[in-house]
Design a protein around this ligand. Structure first.
Ligand SMILES: [Zn+2]
Length: 170
């Protein structure tokens, strides 16, 4: 086990949709363990595989501040099957350190996928957990939370992001 480097805004793999997991082999199990350790070390509430450079469609999350192991969620090939309501709340991202913005998200979300052993997994989240689900699903589809902002906000933030991550020397 070990932590992996978290890629930041500008890394091409973060803009690519991830691929469905088919092999639940040793390499994948190691990746999952490393992702959990990396998420806790960051610290963060969720982490998608492409954030550590893997093209697989999977994420790990734990909304509990005390890292209660019972709250740890490992989800492979997740699909967002149902959303409800709307909530505006501040959001950040391990791949965009030091940037936080209010993002509109569904209040409740239902996810369907499989666990690390290939068993069907269905999880419903509200509030914070629903927000984490939607944030990680965005990552798995090559999106960032900043893509959810209004065009005017995105324009202003885009220049700051460019300066911070894409060409920091200019
Ligand atoms: Zn993120």
């Amino acid at each position: 086990m070990g932590t992996r480097r978290i890629l930041t805004y500008g890394a091409p793999i973060l803009r690519q949709p991830t691929r469905r997991v088919t092999d639940l082999d040793g390499d994948l199990q190691r990746l999952i363990d490393d992702m959990v350790e990396t998420m806790y070390a960051a610290p963060g509430l969720g982490l998608a595989a492409n954030q550590v450079g893997s093209p697989h469609r999977l994420f790990v999350a734990n909304p509990a501040e005390n890292r209660d192991p019972a709250k740890l969620l490992i989800m492979l090939n997740p699909e967002l099957v149902e959303t409800e309501g709307e909530i505006l709340f501040e959001e950040g991202c391990l791949s965009i350190p030091d940037f936080r913005e209010d993002v509109r998200r569904a209040r409740r979300a239902l996810l369907r996928g499989i666990d690390r052993n290939g068993r069907p997994l269905e999880v419903e989240g509200e509030q914070l957990l629903a927000r984490i689900f939607q944030h990680e699903m965005d990552h798995l589809n090559g999106l960032f939370f900043v893509d959810r902002l209004s065009p005017a906000k995105r324009f202003l933030l885009g220049m700051k992001l460019k300066r911070a991550f894409l060409d920091p020397k200019t």
